[in-house]
Design a binder for this molecule. Structure first.
Ligand SMILES: [Cu+2]
Length: 120
């Protein structure tokens, strides 16, 4: 038996629709990636929750007007972005709760602090 052309077109349309659903076009966040916006003087979000022992891409999107960084002392993590830059680095850390801060002089005191929650 041969499939009629109209049936083939329908299958093709279904395949495209399914592919569109699977590639993140629905806007759902990628669990392996986090975007943090830096401004004067805050991180948004300030609290970041990620999985333990899992490669996670952290993007520091500096939408402010001066340089900022996203620093965690325990692991010598420091993601630095000039004003207008977005810098991505991959981190992989064990379960725990860690302080995040901006190490540019005065910024931590001005409020550029946050918390990294790493689930087990
Ligand atoms: Cu800063």
């Amino acid at each position: 038996m041969k499939l009629r052309p109209a049936v083939l077109v329908l299958f093709a349309a279904l395949a495209l629709a399914l592919a569109a659903c699977g590639n993140g076009d629905d806007g759902a966040p990628d669990p392996g990636a986090v975007v943090v916006e830096a401004t004067e003087f805050a991180f948004d979000p300030a609290t970041v929750s990620i999985a333990a022992d899992t490669d996670t891409d952290i993007t520091l999107d500096n939408v402010g007007v001066v340089e900022h960084d996203w620093t965690i002392d325990e692991f010598d993590i420091q993601i630095y972005a000039e004003a207008g830059e977005a810098i991505t680095e991959t981190i992989n850390v064990p379960a725990g709760t860690y302080e995040i801060y901006c190490s540019i002089p005065g910024h931590r005191e001005a409020g550029m602090v946050g918390t990294l929650n790493v689930g087990s």
